[in-house]
Design a protein around this ligand. Structure first.
Ligand code: ZN
Length: 432
C-alpha cells in the first residue's frame, strides 16, 4: 500500500489502544458457531454498540439447513502415560477440534494418531479444525508436540457438551431517512484467532459506532454472525428485509500486513463493486472477481438473494501461513491496518451518503460559475488539479447516468475531489 494514497488514519474514529483492548478481551473466548463463548463475544461487543442478540433454537429449519445442537467447551486434555499433560485447552482453545463430542477414556497412541491434527509443513504451529456436521472428536497440536509423544496409553478428557440449545447472533439496525440499506456483516465463530476474525468484528463495531453517532440518509444494518449457518439463519428470518439492501460488505481479515483486497459481489458490476474497487485500488490494494468460496458473501450473493455484497479483506484466506493456525494471534495483527481498512469503508459510506449518481440541474450549456463564486474568472489556462477543473468535469458528466466513480476515473481526479466538487455544486443549486 502506498503511504501517499492511504487516507489519513484520523479518518478512523478510534485509536490503536481502543482496538487492541477490544481484540485482547475477545481473543481468549472459546467461540464456535454456537455456545457461551459466542454469547460472551456478543456481550463484549454490546458494551460498545446496542446490539440485539437473537437466539434461534436448535432444530429450527433455515433455508436448506437446520440450526445445530449447541456446543460448549469446558476443558479438553490429553494425558500422557507418565501422567503429564500433553495437550490442554487451558493453554489455547485451538487444542480441541471444534464441536468435539464429550469423551473420557484411555486410548493407545497408535489409535489416537488419526485424531491428532498437526501441520508438518509448519511444525511449531497448532492448526484450527472443526467438525460441525459430522460427530467426531480430536485434538490439535504442533507437529513438534506430536512427534515427541511416546508410545503407551493416553488419557482423553474432552469435557464438552453437545445438546439442544440455540444459535446466537447479533444485529444492529440504525435507521436513516430512507429505507435503502447498507449491510455490513462479519463472522464471530472462530476461537482464538485474531486476523480471522477479531479484526472484522472490531472494524464492524467501529463502523456501527459511526452509524449511531452520525446523521445519515441510508439505513445501516450490522450483523455479527456465525459463519455460513449464521448467515443462512439471518437470511431465512429476514427475506423481506433483503429487498432493501443497496450496498453490502463482508468484513474479515483486516489486520495482517498485506494491502487491502476487495472481492466483488457475484454480479460484479454493482455500485458497491465499482465504489470499493476504486477506493481499494487507489489505496494500493487489489480487486478480485467473484468466486464461490470464502465467507458469507456466498450466502448473501446466492442467486435467490443476489445481494450487492462484496467482501473486504487484506491477504485472502488460505494464502498466508498464519491462516487458521496459532500464529494468527494478536501479534500478527496491527491496529493501524484495521484503522486503514475502516477509513476506506467510511470513505465508501461518505460517497454513498453524498449520492452516487449526480444530475445537473443546469444541463443546457455550461452554467455560469463565476456569478456563483465558484470560478475565479481569470482568463487563460486552467490547472488540471484545480477545484474549478473538478467542477467542470462533474457538470459535463452529471447526466444522471455517470456515477461519482465514473467521474473520478474519467477525469483522473480522486473520489474525494469529485465529492468536494459535488458538494459545492449542490450548495449552489446546480446539482441534484
Ligand atoms: Zn476462517
Amino acid at each position: 500500500m502506498t503511504a501517499a494514497a492511504r487516507p489519513p488514519a484520523g479518518d478512523c474514529p478510534v485509536d490503536d489502544a481502543w482496538l487492541t483492548a477490544l481484540m485482547a478481551d475477545l481473543f481468549p473466548l472459546s467461540r464456535s458457531i454456537t455456545g457461551d463463548g459466542t454469547r460472551a463475544t456478543l456481550a463484549r461487543v454490546r458494551r460498545e454498540i446496542a446490539l440485539t442478540v437473537h437466539e434461534v433454537p436448535t432444530g429450527t429449519s433455515v433455508l436448506d439447513w437446520s440450526v445445530p445442537e449447541e456446543w460448549n467447551l469446558r476443558r479438553a486434555r490429553l494425558i500422557a502415560p507418565d501422567g503429564s499433560v500433553a495437550v490442554d485447552t487451558a493453554d489455547s482453545n485451538l487444542h480441541v477440534v471444534g464441536y468435539s463430542t464429550p469423551v473420557r477414556g484411555e486410548y493407545a497412541l497408535v489409535d489416537l494418531l488419526p485424531r491428532l491434527h498437526s501441520l508438518p509443513s509448519h511444525p511449531e504451529l497448532v492448526p484450527y479444525r472443526t467438525s460441525y456436521h459430522v460427530r467426531d472428536w480430536g485434538f490439535c497440536l504442533s507437529q513438534q508436540t506430536r512427534a515427541a509423544l511416546l508410545p503407551g496409553r493416553y488419557g482423553v478428557e474432552i469435557d464438552t457438551s453437545l445438546a439442544p440449545g440455540s444459535l446466537s447472533y447479533g444485529e444492529l439496525l440504525v435507521p436513516g431517512r430512507v429505507r435503502d440499506e447498507v449491510l455490513i456483516t462479519t463472522h464471530i465463530c472462530h476461537p482464538s484467532l485474531a486476523n480471522d476474525n477479531l479484526t472484522g468484528i472490531a472494524a464492524a463495531t467501529v463502523l456501527a459506532r459511526w452509524a449511531v453517532r452520525e446523521s445519515h440518509r441510508h439505513t445501516y444494518r450490522f450483523l455479527f454472525l456465525p459463519a455460513t449457518i449464521g448467515a443462512v439463519t439471518w437470511l431465512a428470518r429476514n427475506q423481506d428485509a433483503t429487498a432493501h439492501v443497496r450496498y453490502g460488505l463482508v468484513l474479515t481479515g483486516l489486520g495482517d500486513p498485506a494491502p487491502l483486497t476487495y472481492k466483488s459481489s457475484r454480479r460484479g458490476n454493482t455500485a458497491m463493486d465499482r465504489l470499493m474497487s476504486h477506493l481499494v485500488t487507489h489505496s494500493g490494494g487489489t480487486t478480485k472477481d467473484w468466486y464461490p468460496y470464502g465467507y458469507d458473501e456466498r450466502q448473501f450473493c446466492s442467486p435467490g438473494f443476489d445481494l450487492p455484497v462484496g467482501r473486504l479483506s487484506r491477504a485472502m484466506h488460505g494464502t498466508y501461513p498464519q491462516y487458521h493456525t496459532s500464529a494468527d494471534d494478536l501479534s500478527f495483527v496491527s491496529g493501524g491496518q484495521v484503522r486503514a481498512a475502516v477509513a476506506i469503508v467510511l470513505a465508501a459510506f461518505d460517497a454513498i451518503e453524498s449520492g452516487l449518481v449526480p444530475r445537473s440541474l443546469a444541463p443546457y450549456g455550461e452554467p455560469q460559475l463565476g456569478r456563483r463564486g465558484l470560478f475565479r474568472g481569470l482568463g487563460g489556462t486552467l490547472e488540471k488539479t484545480s477545484s474549478e477543473y473538478a467542477l467542470l468535469w462533474l457538470l459535463s458528466l452529471a447526466d444522471g447516468e455517470h456515477d461519482l466513480v465514473a467521474v473520478a476515473e474519467r477525469s483522473g481526479l480522486t473520489l474525494r475531489e469529485v465529492m468536494t466538487a459535488a458538494e459545492a455544486l449542490r450548495a449552489a443549486g446546480l446539482l441534484a
